[in-house]
Every structure is written in structure tokens, then in C-alpha cells.
Design a protein around this ligand. Sequence first.
Ligand code: FRU
Length: 490
Amino acid sequence: MECTRKQRYRRIEEATKEELNALKEKVNKSIWRQKFHIQPVTGLLNDPNGFSYFNGEYHLFYQWFPLGPVHGLKYWYHTKSKDLVNWQNVGIGIKPNDYFDSHGAYSGSAICHDGKLHLMYTGNTRDENWVRHPYQCLAVMNENGRIEKLQEPVIKEVPKGYTDHYRDPKVWKENDTFYAVIGAQRENKTGCIVLYSSPDLKNWTFEGEVQTNLKEFGFMWECPDYFELDGKGVLIFSPQGLEPKGDQFQNIYQSGYLLGNTLDLKTKVFEHGEFVELDRGFDFYAPQTTIDHKGRRLLVGWMGLPEIEYPTDKDGWAHCLTLPRELTVQNGKLIQCPVKELETLRQDSVNVKDILDDEKKMYEGFNGTTYELICEFTNMEADEVGIEFRSCKDEKTVISYNRKEQKVTLDRTHSGEVPAKEYGTTRTCSVEGDTLKLHLFVDTSSVEIFINDGVEVFTSRIFPRPESTDIRFFARNGKVTLDTTKYNLS
Ligand code: FRU
């Protein structure tokens, strides 16, 4: 969407009530508003920020430009939930109204300390020549939800050797020391992650670069996250500038992880395996994790991508967050499962058991626009099996498994209005095995598909017409046993 710099840096405080109401009305008329995903009331949402469990509630903030579907002046918008399912819109959490965050309260994270939730984020500023000067800042939320910023940034300088692309602190605590990783760009225009330490969240020491074996891997690494899980070290980040490679790296930018030994905080050496994409779909970026009171490692991502136009832009809003996923490590791989609490969304259900023999079938009760669908294909003799959903005569979204190639493909070529066509309209990844379990969460304009209990996930926006509601199961060239359950979600 075309927008001048002046429009993009306009503050919500400058907009009249009438203007905001008109924008809200426009947004509410959008046929693609979601039913059970976090989405902005108006304007553009991007990265999840400050994901945490504090004072009996989950808190999840996000990057927000209120006044239109563009990347403008970013606020932190605050949502909270007791159960990871029902989220309450709290309102603006951090306003970009100080000298150290004048051009955006950019991404960051949260940690409990001294009975308060500490929010560490990047203050984005621009000088009169539009040169960027990033600061790392701190805000503190008390038990009543009141958020106050520290009046000075906690990290004021970018160390020598790095450019002004220096942002997105993710903080954690080990023994008595706080650590933060920050996404950075070296002066030679390659991406990396740097490590800081602090005794109190206020005084930070630059420890140096995290030593990975990816020396030239894109031009910037955004939104890093480090944690330990099941005895392993996990480093998540969103590198920009990777070239497509086979089925991989097909989106404009990627998000993935390195799994390895735990990070050596003294030497900063991180021994790890290869970079693995977290999600195989079209729309996933800048995820953030937290650990909750139950000891679970939870992840939420932005269901969108930078620099891409979406069909909802014309309705005055863009993007949503993914459903929360629980992470575990199995066989040297990160496994992602929808959190158990999502089962509380389930309404009435239907189940079908059948054998498909080179055919496509529909079943009573299997249709809709917002539902959960669990589908198991066993005794697979067919060359290809799959599901067409959100379909009608001329629209469909297809998830299929090619048994010979052992590959799963999500095809949104005919999904309705298709964004980012120049990056292709199918996504594929390898999945081994002779049985296949597909677990879909379909909302009005998105789908999240968990393959074989979270071995892979495909997350995508789709923009079909409201009347595209059919679900069709198919097998090509041979037989397959089908066992599927659908739950309406409210
Ligand atoms: C990632 C990102 C972050 C930055 C934020 C600004 O999508 O570019 O690096 O902090 O978005 O909204």
C-alpha cells in the first residue's frame, strides 16, 4: 500500500475519535477477520513481543502500527490470557514517545524480576538525515499492569564492528545473571547474534558474538531467542537474505533454529547442527518463546512476513499471531504441538472412518470456515493422499502427501486471493513414513497444519470467499484408510 513517510509516522494520539471509529468500522466489515487468533483492532500487527507468564496470567504483546496496514511507527500492543486461548485486549503497552524510541518501540522480550515484569525492547530512532540509532530500553510492569519506562536506555551504543541494524533483545536468567541475545548485522553486512550479561537488567556488559558456524548466512538476523530444552541448546532467529535451496527458504525471509549443545556463556561458543526452518508454510516469521509455570516451552509466531502486501490491506488491517505451540526435542529435532488448552475451543464434532480407493469424497458435517480437523491416513497404497479444504467449485486449498517422494505439499494456488505469488504458490517438505497424520486449525483466513504430531508445521494465511466451505478427502492411484474427526471451533 502506498503511504507517505508522514502518514507512516503519524501517532495514534493525533487521530480523532471519528477517524479511528471509521477505521474500526472498515476493519470490522472485512470478510477475513479471524475468530480465534490474536489480530489487531485496526492497522498492522507484526512480531510477538514480551511473551511471558506473570502474576497468574499469560502476557503477549505485539508490534503494532494502529493507523493503517503498513509498517509505520510501532507501538507495543498488550494482550493477556489466563488460558492461552481467550485473549483480552488490554491496550497500548509501550508508546514510542521518548527520545530513545521516537521512531518505534521495536521488538523485545519480558522477564519476571523482583515481583515485576521487565520488558526489554529496542528503541528505534532516526536522526534528521534519517539515519537509524538503535537503543536497548527497559520498561517495568507492576502487578497492577501499569507499565513505566526507565528514562534512560540500558544499552546506548552499538559496539564497533556492527551496523545500526541492532535490535530485538531476548532476555533470560541463569543462576544470578541475566543474559540477552540481540540480533545484529556486522559491518561486512552479514547477520549474527551478540550476547550481553547483566546483574540487574539495567547495567549490561557486551560479551561478544555468539560463535556459530554460520559465518555468511544472510545480511541480518532478526528476533533471536535462546533457551535450553531437554538438555539441548536451541537458538532461534529470523535470517534475512537467504537464497532458496531446493524446497527450503522459499519465503522472502526465513525463521528457523539451530539445535546443539548448550551455549557456553564464557566462550560464547555454540556447537550446533544445521539451520532448520521452523515452519514450512507461506506466512511465518519472528517467533518468540517463553517458559510457563508448568515448565512448558511455548512459541508464538507472527503469521505474516515483512515487505509483502496482503488482501486485507484494503480493509485497513494486516496480519495475526499464530496459535501458541508447545516445543519439545525428539530425535534431534524440535517438535511443535498446539497447546492442549486449545481443546477447550472444541464444540460439536463429527467422525468418519472410510477407505478411499482412487477417489475424492465429501462427508456429511465436514465443511465450514473455522474448525479443527484431525485426519489419519493409514494402510497407504495410493500414490498420493490429501485434503482439499475451504473449497467450492473454483477455490480450494490443498494439503497432500506424495508417498513415493515422501513429501508433503501445501498448495494455495486456488485459495482465493493469493498474496506474494511471485514467491510461488506451493510449499513442500520431506516427511518420512507410510502413515500420515494431519492436524489442521482452520480460521476464517488462515490455516496451521501440524504434520505427524508436530514433526513439521505449515502455517499460512488464505483468503477464500466465505462460501468456500467444502472439505474433500482424496486418494490417487490406490487405496488408503481414512479416520478423521472435525470439531467446530468457536
Ligand atoms: C521483525 C522486525 C524486528 C523489529 C520489528 C519492527 O519483523 O523487523 O527486527 O524489531 O520487526 O517492527
